[in-house]
Design a protein around this ligand. Sequence first.
Ligand code: IVH
Length: 667
Amino acid sequence: MNQEEARTRIYKLRKELNKHNHSYYVLSQPGISDYEYDLLMHELIGLENKYPVFFDSNSPSQRVGSDISKEFVQLEHQSPMLSLGNTYSLEELQDFDKRIKKIISEEFEYVCELKYDGTAISLTYLNGKLERAVTRGDGTRGDDVTRNVRTIKSIPLVLSGDNFPDKFEIRGEIIFPKKDFSRLNSEREARGEMPFANPRNASSGTLKMKNSSEVAKRPLDCQFYFILGDNLPFPSHFENLSAARSWGFKVPGQMAKYKNLDDVFSYIEKWDSERESLPFEIDGVVIKVNSFKLQNELGFTAKTPRWAISYKFKAEQVETRLLNVVYQVGRTGVITPVAILEPVVIAGSTIKRASVHNADQLGLMGFYYRDMVYVEKGGEIIPKIIGVVINKRPENATPVEFINECPECGTKLIRIEGEANHYCPNTTGCPPQIKGRIEHFISRKAMDIEGLGEETIELLYNEGLIKSSADLYELTIDQLSILERLGEKSANNIRNGLSMSREVPFQRVLFALGIRHVGETIAKILAREYLSIDALKTARIEDLILVEEIGEKIAKSLVQYFSDPVNLELISRLEQHGIQMKSDKETEIHSGSLNGLSFVISGTFAKFSRDELKELIENRGGKNLSGISSKTNFLVSGENAGPSKLQKAQELNIIIISEQELLDMIG
Ligand code: IVH
C-alpha cells in the first residue's frame, strides 16, 4: 500500500467507524458486531501509526484518550451559560404562561424537554469539527475539558449532513447512564474508593478527571438541549435541535412541541410517572418558548431567561425496612442514632442508612425493630426517614429505645440541660473520640496536613503511637515508615505536611482544637476578638457573651475546655512544636475593606472554593450570611447557585456578583 492508498483507506475507515459510532451510541442501533468494529478500529490504528502524516485529533481512534495529565485551562464562554428559573408547582407554571402572554399577543409554541440531571457542557464546532468543550464553570468561564469530551462516543467529532453553520455552539448535559452507575460504584467500593452519591456526581467527577484514558473507560453520554450561532438553519429552537439530530447529535426523542399549557401539563405528568423507565436520571421538565424572535422579545432577568422555566419533580419517597439502629460516637462525644435500612434505590442513589439525629427525634419516630419506613430524598438532600408504615408493623415487634451507655467504651451517657444531644463524657478514654479529634485536627478546613488521612490516623492510633494531635509532631521517620503500607516516601510526606502546618493561621488552629460548639465561623470571630490563645484562655463567661454571635452555650463550652488540664497541656505542647497560637499580622492588615458589608455565597466557583471566598470576605471585615434577607448586600453567585437564593435576591433587589467581581472589589 502506498501513501496515497493509505490515505484513501484511512479516510474510508474513519467515515465508516464514525457511522457505526453514531448508530451504536446515538441511535442505539448497532449496525455491526463488536468484533467487526474492533477489526476496523484495529486496522485504522495500524495505518495511522504507520502514516503519522495523516494524524487527525478528530479521528475515531483518538477517542481512547491519552495518559498525559494536565490541569484544566479556563476559557471564556462566547455567551454566558445561564441557569433556569425553576418551580415545583403547576400554579407557578400558569403564572409563567400569563407573564409571557402579557408580553406576547400572537400565538406561540412551547417546547417541552426533559431536564437531564448531569453536568452542563458547551461544545463549539468549526467547519463541522469539534473545536472545544468547556464546562459551565461560573457561567462566564469554564474548564477546557476538550480532551476528555473527545472520548465520549455519542459526541460527534465530525458532523454529518451539510446544513450546519460554519461555526456554532451547542450545549447539552453530560450524563452517567443509570445502568452503569451501580456497577461503577460496586467497582469503586471493591477498590476501597468512595462510591459516588448519584449519577450526576459520577458524570461531573469523570469529566474532571485528569487522565482522559480513564475517562474513555467510563460510559459517559451526552444529551443536547440548546444551540446558538449566527447562521442556524431555522428561526426556532425545536427545528434547529431536530436538524442537529441529523448532524449526529443525540437530541432525545422525548422533546415535544405544544400549543397550549394543558398539553404541557400532560407532558409533565407523563414523565413524572414514567421517569423510572428512562435509562438516565432526570429531575424535571424544561419548558421553552420555541421561536427565537419571541425569545428575544421576552429577554432575560439577571440570571435566567424569561422564555424558559424548569418544573422540578418532587422528592421521591420509597418504603423500606428498618433493620437496626446503631449509635455513632462523634469526636466531641455526641451520640447520633443511625437507622440501618434494607438497601433501596431512591433518586438514583442506593440508600442503606439515614441519620435520626438524636434521642428526641428517635422518640418522635416511634420505631419498632423491622418496621417498614418511608424514606425521602431529593437531588441534593440527604436521605431522611419521614415516618413509619404503622399497618405494616411485624407481629411481636419490640420498640427501639435510646441507649444509656456509650456503645464504644461503656461510659454512662449524659445530656446537658437545654441540649438535644447525649454525650459520652469519657473524652480521654473513648477511642472514637480520641481518633475523631485527631482526624478533625488534620482535616482540610483545620490544619490541612498533607499525607495524613483517616486511615493513617487509625493505623497510628491502633499501633499505640498517637493519643493526641500533639503526638503527631513527635513521630520519627522510623516509627512512621515501619507501619504497614507506609514507606519511607509517605513517612517523609507526613513529616513535611506536619512541618508546613506551622504556617496555619491561629483562627484555623483554634478550629482544629475541636472545642465543642466552636466551628469555623466562631473560631474566626474568637481569633479576631482575642488575638491569642493566652487571652482566650483567661476569658470569663461574662466577657465572652459580649462578643457578637457568642452565646452562653459557646461561652460555657470554652470555659470548660480551658479549665481542663489535659487540654492546657495539649495546647502547650502544640505551641512548643511551633503551631500558631496568635493571630497573624496579615489578617489584621487586610481587614476593613469590606467592613459592614454582608455576603451570601452560593454555587461553586472557578478560582476559589466556597470556604476560601468566605475567608477572603471575613479577613477583610465582611460578614458571611447563610440565607438571603434584607440585610444582605451581595449575593456571590457561582455555578449551580441555588435558584431560590437567586430568586429571593432578585426580589429584594440585592446585587448579584460573580466571583471575579468579588475579587475585583477586594482588589
Ligand atoms: S436549557 C438558557 N434544557 O439545567 C437556558 N437546560 O438550570 C439554558 N438542563 O445549566 C438551559 N436539561 O445544565 C436546558 N432540557 C434542558 C436541560 C437543561 C438539563 C440543565 C443545564 C442548565 C440547568 C439550568
